[in-house]
Write a protein that binds this ligand. Structure first.
Ligand code: MEV
Length: 428
């Protein structure tokens, strides 16, 4: 069913139209949508304002992983996720490392990049001279857009012409490098790029003999120069399990990581586990998880083959385990000013700078990865997963407290199988 002007309808009319055309039981459907409306009208309007055509709210659980010792500070980390085992795994891992020195982090840089992608039909040498002559004026032309950012210690850090003609005929870039301090900086970067492109279009027309066409001006979500490392380490004997000596455990752990380094099929799942933690914190702090995801996976392929983001080695009878993550996150601007829960998250994290948030996010990613590998090389993943999943299944069949108790006792030493659960509770 097609419609013109859907966005101009009131929320009620949008819902009426949808129910009429797409849903058979419109009373039930309306109830589902309305039961998620916030009773506080102002708050509901705030949420409706985030996007176009909002008709309800989609809740995700907001959980806490306490006991995160990161660079000697203790955090209770907010995590937003729908996956049942994620917060539990992060919390378990945080506790495990809390008395082993915790997570240590280093920031290798906070530079973000953006490009004016353009084609030029004339000689490259002419373009090089043009850019050399105009570079200073170009920076002056966009100076007014970066005054505030400069006052905060950021701004444009570099601008260069890049010849890409070996990859695509006539294709060049003007590449800007930025430090956006505590802002994610997407609007700042894109505004500068578009203004710079306008300036260059005019100058190119007047000064160049060939044809310049600006194709697009946009920041890159690939941020290998905005990079954080989180690491943990402990003596091997502290890794002993009932079945494995500390050394055996560490060897198996190293092999598991090496498999993820070599084998893309495993690397994708390994990194997905890391992103379980990363995304949960990124969302809780109002950051753009799609940007982070895209950048992280590009980084995982930086050597031409998709590989593990984390690495491990044994040195002086210690297991050293670390994760490198490109991250562009912000703690000011965007949703951080608007969403009450995002504000709460940032307060809970003691109002971190963007750099501190990078450290926290990377530590949670590493914690999540450790928890996953630990389960995989010892008990297997299903035990912990299914324990959490059992709750979801019990909710699905609306089990009463007595049935929940029986199911939990029954599955305490078995894999959870839905058909078996239903049989146990007589719900076949
Ligand atoms: C599940 O969401 C994530 C894991 O598959 C990650 C991994 O295998 O490392 C457990």
């Amino acid at each position: 069913m097609q419609i013109n002007g859907f966005s101009k309808l009131s929320k009620k009319d949008k819902i009426d139209w949808l129910l009429q055309h797409y849903l058979s039981d419109s009373n039930e459907a309306r109830q589902i949508l309305e039961q998620y409306w916030h009773t506080d009208k102002a708050l509901q309007e705030l949420h409706d304002g985030f996007i176009e055509n909002s008709i309800s709210n989609f809740y995700l659980p907001y959980g806490i992983a306490p006991n995160f010792v990161i660079d000697k500070k203790i955090y209770a980390v907010p995590m937003v996720t729908e996956e049942s085992s994620v917060v539990a795994a992060a919390a378990k891992s945080a506790k495990f490392w809390s008395n082993k020195g915790g997570f240590k982090t280093e920031i290798a840089g906070t530079i973000k990049v953006g490009h004016i992608h353009f084609t030029y039909t004339g000689a490259t040498s002419e373009l090089i001279v043009f850019f050399r002559n105009i570079r200073r004026d170009l920076l002056d032309a966009v100076a007014h857009l970066q005054q505030n950012m400069q006052q905060r210690g950021g701004g444009i850090k570099d601008v260069n012409l890049i010849d890409k003609t070996t990859e695509l005929p006539d294709y060049y870039q003007i590449e800007f490098k930025f430090d956006t301090v505590d802002a994610m900086g997407a609007n700042f970067i894109n505004s500068i790029l578009e203004e710079a492109a306008d300036y260059l279009n005019v100058k190119a027309e007047k000064m160049l003999s060939g044809q310049w066409q600006t194709v697009m001006s946009i920041l890159s979500n690939y941020t290998p120069e905005s990079l954080v490392r989180a690491s943990v380490s402990c003596p091997l004997e502290q890794l002993q399990t009932p079945r494995l000596s500390g050394y055996e455990y560490a060897q198996k752990f190293l092999t598991a990581v090496a498999i993820a380094e070599k084998e893309p099929y495993r690397a994708v799942t390994h990194n997905k586990g890391i992103m379980n933690g990363v995304d949960a914190v990124v969302i809780a702090t109002g950051n753009d998880f799609r940007a982070v995801e895209a950048g992280v996976h590009a980084y995982a392929s930086k050597n031409g083959k998709y590989s593990s983001l984390s690495h491990a080695r044994i040195e002086n009878d210690q297991l050293i385990f670390w994760l490198d993550l490109p991250l562009a996150v912000g703690t000011v601007g965007g949703l951080t000013r608007l969403h009450p829960l995002v504000k709460f998250s940032l307060q809970l994290l003691q109002k971190p700078s963007a750099r501190q948030l990078m450290r926290i996010v990377a530590s949670v990613g590493l914690a999540q990865n450790f928890a996953a590998i630990n389960s995989l090389i010892t008990s297997g993943i299903q035990k912990g997963h299914m324990k959490m999943h059992l709750n979801n299944l019990l909710n699905l069949i609306e089990a009463n407290p007595e049935e929940r108790r029986r199911a939990k006792a029954y599955f305490s030493d078995k894999k959870v199988v839905f058909s078996e659960l239903k049989k146990l509770l007589g719900r076949d």
